[in-house]
Design a protein around this ligand. Structure first.
Ligand SMILES: Nc1ncnc2c1ncn2[C@@H]1O[C@H](COP(=O)(O)OP(=O)(O)OP(=O)(O)O)[C@@H](O)[C@H]1O
Length: 693
C-alpha cells in the first residue's frame, strides 16, 4: 500500500470517529435548569463539543512511529493541535502537540534512532521508526512527506516540509507553526514555567510566534497553576496586537490579556488622572520626523528614567521621605494622657512595616482613634459635657493634618527635587534638575510613577499575573521590567527581542544583561535564536551586511536555505515606478505588500499618490489599531514586528539614512520585513548604509 493510500484510510477512520463523537454530543439536549451538577455537566459537554469541532476542522499534521523500550511494539502517534481520545477503545486518536510524548516530534533530530521524553512517571526511552508530515485541508489529505524512516538514508529531516511552508505567501495575520516548530524553538516553548526566559533572536527567527506557542504550552502543562486571564502579552502597539491576535485562538487558547506598557500603566494609575504629553502628539512621530540622526537632547533624560540607577534613587528618596512622614511630636489628649511620637513611630515603622505607605498611615490613624476612645472611657464620668473629648479630638485632627499630603505626581516631583543627605548613588543629578517639570509628564515617567504607586498603595491582588510576555523587549527599559516584577510574583516571564532592532535612541537597552541582572541568577535563562525563517537567503544576506558594522556581539542571522530574487536598489525618477513595482508585486502573487518611508510625512504623501492611482492602500499610523493587509504604506519605525510578502523602501537616500548606528538599525528593520521580495529606491544620493555590489 502506498503512503498516500495508507494515510487516506487512516484519515477516513479518524474523521469518522470524531464525527461520531460530535454527533453523539449534539444529540444530548442542552440543560437550562437550576441544578448545579447538571449545569457543570452541560458546561463540560459544551467544552468537549467545541474542542471536538476544533479538532475536526484541524485534525493532525504529523505522525511519529515510536517503539517504547524494547517491546517490539511500534505505535503510530498522530499529532495535532487538539488531542482527542478514542472513547470506545480508551486510546488517543490524536495527541495534543503539547503532550510530553509529542515533544519527540520536535526534538528528534534523526541523529541515531533513539528518542526519549519525560512523562509524568519519569523518563521514557525508545526508538523512532518514522516521522511524517501530513497536510490535511477540509478533511482532505493534501500532502504526505516522510522526513525520517528508520534504516533509510538521512532524508534532510523536516527541511523539505519546512521550505514548503515558508515559501507560501502570507495573509495579513501571523499564523501558528505547530507542524514545523524547530528544535531550538521547541526548547523555549517547553521551558519550565518558573524561570524568566530572555530571548535574543534575529529578525524572523520566530520570537513572537514562539512566545505565543509557549503560552499555549504553559496553559496545557500547568493548567492547575496558570490561568489564561492572568497572563499578559506586552507588545509595542495595538496594531501589532491585532496582527498577532489569531495565533492563540488557532491554538485553542483564549482570554489572554494583550496590551501595551503605556495602556497597562495608565490603567494602574487611573485614579491619579495622569495626562501624558504623548497622548496629544506621538513622540515617535516627533522624533522621527526630525532630520536624522534622530537623537534628541532628551535622550539622556529618557535613558535615566528607565535605568535601575534611577530606581535605586527613587527607592532611597522614598525611604528618606517615609522616615520623615511621622510628625516630630506626639498627641496630648488631656492632662497627663499623652501618645508619644516614639509609640506612633513604632506602629508606623515596625509593626506595619510590611504594608504600603498609605495603608500604614490609615492603620496608624485608626489606632490613634482607638487609643483616644479607650483612654476616654477612663474619664468619661468626669467629662459629662464631653468638652475634654472635643478638645482631644481637635488636637488629634491637628496632629493628623501635620502628616504630609502629596498626590502621586507631587510626590514624584518632591522626591526628585529634595536633596538626599548623602548619596553614594551613581546618578547624574544635574540631568534630573534640568529636566524635571511637573506639568509635562511623558511615557518615560510611567514606570517610575507605577513604582511609586505600588509603594503608596501596594499591588491589588486582582492585578497580579501568573506569566508575563514582553515582545520587542529591546525597547523596554530595565525599570519597566523591574516594575512588572512586582506584578508577577512567580517570576515567570518570556522576554524577547533583538538588540539590533532597538530603534528608539533614548529608550530600551543595549545589552540583555540589563534585564538578566534583575532576576536571581538561577531563575533566569538566556536563549539565542539565529536561524531566520521569514525571508529569502538574498534578503537576509543583504540585511546582515547593512547591520554588520554595528552588530557588536550579536550573531549574524542564518537563513533557512530558501532562494528568491536578488535585492534590487534603484534610483527613482518618478512615483510611477513605485506604482508599477506595487502592481508587479501583486501580479506575481504577493498578498501583502508594503511601501515603507523614512517618516510619517513621507508615508502620507506616498499614500495619497497610491490612493489617486486607485491601488487601495492602507496608511499605517501610530494611532492605528488594526492591520488590514493588502497594500500598506507606513513609516519605517511602525513596521517593526510585522512582515509582508514584498517590501519597497522609499527615500533610501543619504539625507534620510546617513551613516550612523540608529539609521542602520532602522534600515535593518525595514529590510527584514520582506518575505520574498525586497527593493530599495532612492532619489538623489543612495545611503552609504546600503551594501554595494
Ligand atoms: N518553525 C517555523 N516554521 C514555519 N514558519 C516559521 C517558523 N518559525 C518562524 N516562522 C515564520 O517566520 C516568520 C517570522 O516569525 P516572527 O514574526 O514570530 O519572528 P520574530 O523573530 O518575532 O521577528 P521580528 O524580530 O522581525 O519581529 C513568521 O511568518 C513565522 O510564521
Amino acid at each position: 500500500m502506498s503512503l498516500y493510500t495508507e494515510e487516506k484510510q487512516k484519515l477516513k477512520q479518524i474523521t469518522e470517529k470524531i464525527g461520531q463523537q460530535i454527533a453523539a454530543l449534539e444529540k444530548i439536549p442542552r440543560y437550562y435548569g437550576n441544578h448545579l451538577v447538571e449545569q457543570i455537566l452541560d458546561d463540560q459537554r459544551q467544552k468537549k463539543l467545541r474542542d471536538l469541532r476544533h479538532a475536526y476542522s484541524q485534525l493532525y499534521f504529523g505522525r511519529l512511529d515510536f517503539e517504547e523500550g524494547e517491546t517490539n511494539q511500534i505505535t503510530p502517534l498522530y499529532i495535532g493541535k487538539i488531542g482527542v481520545e478514542d472513547e470506545a477503545e480508551n486510546q488517543p486518536l490524536i495527541i495534543d502537540w503539547r503532550a510530553p510524548v509529542a515533544s519527540m516530534f520536535y526534538s528528534f533530530t534523526g541523529k541515531g534512532d533513539t528518542a526519549s521524553y519525560i512523562s509524568p512517571d519519569g523518563l521514557v526511552e525508545g526508538v523512532i521508526h518514522l516521522k511524517r508530515n501530513i497536510v490535511i485541508r477540509k478533511q482532505k489529505l493534501e500532502r504526505v512527506v516522510d522526513s525520517y524512516v528508520r534504516g533509510k538514508e538521512n532524508m534532510g529531516l523536516t527541511d523539505e516540509f519546512l521550505l514548503y511552508r515558508l515559501s507560501e505567501n502570507k495573509d495579513h495575520r501571523l499564523r501558528d507553526i505547530v507542524s514545523t516548530i524547530q528544535l531550538e524553538q521547541d526548547q523555549i516553548i517547553r521551558a519550565d514555567r518558573s524561570e524568566a526566559l530572555i530571548i535574543q533572536g534575529v529578525p524572523g527567527s520566530g520570537k513572537t510566534t514562539v512566545a505565543l506557542h509557549r503560552l499555549a504550552f504553559l496553559l496545557y502543562q500547568y493548567r492547575q497553576r496558570i490561568r489564561a486571564e492572568r497572563i499578559v502579552i506586552f507588545a509595542p502597539n495595538q496594531m501589532f496586537l491585532d496582527y498577532i491576535s489569531d495565533v492563540l485562538p488557532e491554538l485553542g487558547v483564549g482570554d489572554i490579556q494583550q496590551t501595551t506598557f503605556r495602556n497597562w500603566a495608565m490603567e494602574i494609575l487611573k485614579s491619579h488622572h495622569i495626562e501624558l504629553e504623548e497622548l496629544k502628539t506621538s513622540p515617535q512621530a516627533k522624533q522621527f520626523d526630525k532630520k536624522p540622526p534622530f537623537l534628541t537632547q532628551t535622550e539622556k533624560w529618557d535613558r535615566l528614567r528607565g535605568s535601575i540607577d534611577f530606581l535605586h534613587y527613587l527607592k532611597r528618596a522614598f525611604a528618606y521621605y517615609e522616615s520623615h512622614v511621622v510628625p516630630k511630636r506626639g498627641i496630648l489628649a488631656w492632662d497627663d494622657v499623652f501618645l508619644s511620637e516614639e509609640t506612633i513611630r513604632t506602629w508606623f515603622e515596625i509593626e506595619y512595616k510590611h504594608e504600603p505607605l498609605m495603608k500604614r498611615k490609615e492603620r496608624v490613624f485608626a489606632r490613634i482613634k482607638r487609643w483616644l476612645e479607650s483612654a476616654y472611657k477612663e474619664i468619661r464620668s468626669l467629662d459629662p459635657k464631653g468638652l475634654q473629648k472635643k478638645e482631644a479630638m481637635k488636637r488629634m485632627r491637628a496632629y493628623m493634618k501635620a502628616w504630609p499630603k502629596h498626590n502621586l505626581i507631587e510626590l514624584y516631583h518632591h522626591l526628585l527635587i529634595t536633596p538626599l543627605p548623602s548619596s553614594d548613588l551613581d546618578i547624574d543629578l544635574s540631568i534630573i534638575r534640568q529636566n524635571i517639570n511637573l506639568k509635562v509628564l511623558d511615557c518615560a515617567d510611567l514606570a517610575p510613577l507605577v513604582y511609586l504607586h505600588t509603594q503608596l498603595y501596594g499591588v491589588d491582588q486582582t492585578q497580579l499575573f501568573d506569566h508575563i510576555v514582553i515582545d520587542e523587549a529591546q525597547d523596554f527599559s530595565p525599570l519597566q521590567v523591574a516594575v512588572l516584577q512586582e506584578y508577577c510574583p512567580s517570576g515567570s516571564f518570556t522576554i524577547l527581542g533583538d538588540i539590533l532592532q532597538n530603534i528608539f535612541g533614548g529608550q530600551g537597552i543595549r545589552h540583555w544583561n540589563e534585564f538578566q541582572s534583575l532576576f536571581p541568577i538561577q531563575k533566569v535563562r538566556f536563549y539565542q535564536l539565529q536561524r531566520s525563517y521569514r525571508s529569502t537567503t538574498e534578503i537576509i544576506q543583504f540585511a546582515n551586511q547593512v547591520i554588520d558594522p554595528y552588530r557588536g556581539e550579536i550573531e549574524r542571522a542564518i537563513p533557512v536555505f530558501r532562494s528568491g530574487d536578488p535585492v534590487q536598489c534603484f534610483q527613482m525618477n518618478s512615483f510611477q515606478e513605485i506604482m508599477t513595482w506595487v502592481q508587479d508585486a501583486f501580479s506575481q502573487g504577493s498578498h501583502t505588500v508594503a511601501v515603507v518611508t523614512p517618516t510619517e510625512m513621507r508615508a502620507k504623501e506616498a499614500y495619497r499618490m497610491l490612493m489617486n492611482a486607485e491601488l487601495k492602500p492602507n496608511l499605517i499610523t501610530s494611532q492605528q489599531d488594526q492591520y488590514l493587509g493588502g497594500l500598506s504604506v507606513a513609516p519605517i519605525y511602525l513596521v517593526k514586528g510585522m512582515e509582508f510578502d514584498a517590501v519597497i523602501l522609499l527615500d533610501v537616500d543619504d539625507q534620510f539614512y546617513p551613516e550612523n548606528e540608529q539609521c542602520a538599525k532602522l534600515l535593518f528593520v525595514g529590510c527584514t520585513r520582506a518575505l520574498h521580495r525586497l527593493s530599495l529606491a532612492y532619489q538623489k544620493e543612495i545611503s552609504p548604509l546600503v551594501p554595494q555590489g
